[in-house]
Design a protein around this ligand. Structure first.
Ligand code: DGY
Length: 321
């Protein structure tokens, strides 16, 4: 008998077909509205597998309501939206989609880095508002990227991909990570630094560590105080890693130069959020992995993880912590 699954958002037809060939499928049909918790709780009670997104909070309460559930497949590399420990205690496999979004997310990280440092968004608004009267020597001047020092916090796959891009800009690359990555140090040409040292010496700081209890508020008032006044902070990981009040204060008081943010503590970020009032912030709506090719790969990988898990085949991307 085919297993039954619930998909929490409308997914591309090709991937949906793949799942329908192997499973009985129920799907939340909206593209841009997340399924409500009530509907999810009702649907999850009946199924063997769940295909979900980072917008769904799959906590112990919800898992409790899913007596048949065997596999939770998250269409994301991050899985802080799932209580993995609780799922494991119930014998439920949790899977994610690493690898396929690495380069795309590194591209966006670098796009934000250059956008903030060269004031691209501000300059575009300036032009559109008809304020461009003439070329002048210091008009809309920013910070150089070429030859600057980049500090990467969290040297996973995406961190390494950002480091490789940075070398193309002749940057001096430092990284901080739970463990030393000696192979990457040699092959890419980067150096390990303690967090304090990295914060003090970097011109650009990219936050790329996973969001855990340990990394919540990792970058807060104390850390901003260490940074250069000309520093640019980029966060393409998860919102809670950078304390947003501290970031706002740091930007307002000129303790740092600017910030590029793809992620927020609350998503969608409220439109009256103080950070959105600052001209030196470039904010985008969690689009790190949003290329057509990559999102299709993520959806397909999430589907394969789910099918393999449900059919007792080896699953490549089981989340263990
Ligand atoms: C992820 O996969 O965790 C990203 O945040 C979304 O692509």
């Amino acid at each position: 008998m085919k297993p039954s699954i619930y998909i929490t958002r409308k997914i591309p037809d090709g991937v949906l077909n793949l799942l329908q060939e192997q499973c009985h499928v129920n799907m939340w049909e909206e593209e841009d509205i997340p399924v409500s918790r009530e509907v999810l709780a009702k649907e999850i009670a009946e199924v063997d597998g769940l295909f979900c997104l980072l917008t769904e909070e799959i906590d112990a309460d919800l898992i409790e309501q899913a007596p048949k559930l065997k596999v939770i497949s998250n269409m994301a590399v991050g899985y802080n939206n799932i209580d993995v420990q609780y799922a494991a205690s119930k014998g439920i496999i949790v899977t994610n989609t690493p690898g396929v979004l690495t380069e795309t997310t590194a591209d966006l990280t670098f796009a934000l880095l250059t956008a903030v440092s060269r004031r691209i968004v501000e300059a575009e608004h300036f032009l559109q508002a008809g304020e461009w009267k003439t070329w002048s020597p210091m008009l809309l001047t920013g910070q150089d990227v070429f030859g600057a020092t980049l500090g990467i916090i969290g040297l996973g796959r995406i961190g390494e991909a950002v480091a490789r891009r940075a070398k193309g800009f002749n940057m001096n690359v430092l990284y901080h990570n739970r463990s030393r990555k000696r192979e990457a140090e040699e092959t890419i040409g980067i150096q390990y630094a303690e967090l304090e040292q990295l914060l003090k010496t970097s011109d650009f700081i990219c936050v790329l560590t996973p969001y855990t209890e340990e990394t919540r508020n990792l970058i807060s008032y104390e850390q901003f105080a260490l940074m250069k006044n000309s520093a640019v902070l980029i966060n393409t990981s998860r919102g809670g890693i950078v304390n947003e009040e501290a970031l706002y204060q740091a930007l307002l008081e000129g303790k740092i130069w600017g910030a590029g943010l793809d992620v927020f503590e609350q998503e969608p970020v409220p439109l009256d959020h103080p950070l959105l009032t600052l001209p030196n912030v470039v904010a985008v709506p969690h689009i790190g992995s949003a290329s057509i090719q990559t999102r299709l790969k993520m959806a397909k990988l999430a589907a394969e993880n789910l099918i393999n898990g449900l059919y007792g085949k080896p699953v490549k991307h089981v989340v263990t912590e």
